[in-house]
Design a binder for this molecule. Sequence first.
Ligand code: ATP
Length: 196
Amino acid sequence: MLKIGITGGIGSGKTTVCKVFETLGIPVFYADTVAKEIMITDSVLVAGIKDTFGEESYFGDGSLNNKHIAAIVFNNVDELAKLNALVHPAVFRAFETWEKDIPSTVPYTLKEAALLFESGSYKMCDQNILVTSPMAVKLARVMQRDNVSEAQVLARMDKQFSDEQKMAMANYFIENTEQKSVIEQVLNLHQQFLNR
Ligand code: ATP
């Protein structure tokens, strides 16, 4: 089955775009949401995280000690790479399991991931879509959605490839600005994927 990756910078609106694809009956695998879930439920991953970052990575009730992990990886690329090396393969396993339950009548699936290109998981998709929005729009959206400062959003953006880097790697583009109809662009791409 055709696998389409979809990504975009923080606040670009990739989740919003995915919801439009869902209304057309296209199943979407939300890799970032799944990653958060399996950090608690995947026993192999949990064991790997405890081995690497200590037993204190989890509270007694099994929930993740986010602050502990964040304090280790936030400004340390080597530690972040260790975390990614544990989480990314686990997400990939979860994706394969998820895909097995998709009926064969479904024409294609979408895999939504903030770090699709950075993590290398775009290589496991047949085609990739990049959702773009102007910087000022992205900043305003995330500041409002997450109630955070501009500096906090910029710090998060700093961890991602620039739109220019991602544009060079994507096959399709959706411009998510107020002016340009997202629904129209999604319908257009949907038709292209059906015709493949
Ligand atoms: P993140 O990487 O942070 O998860 P994202 O790329 O998935 O972000 P969304 O969560 O889809 O982005 O959108 C960010 C915010 O902007 C949300 O509050 C969403 O409702 C809003 N938004 C997205 N697209 C539009 C649009 N075209 N018009 C108005 N608001 C929008």
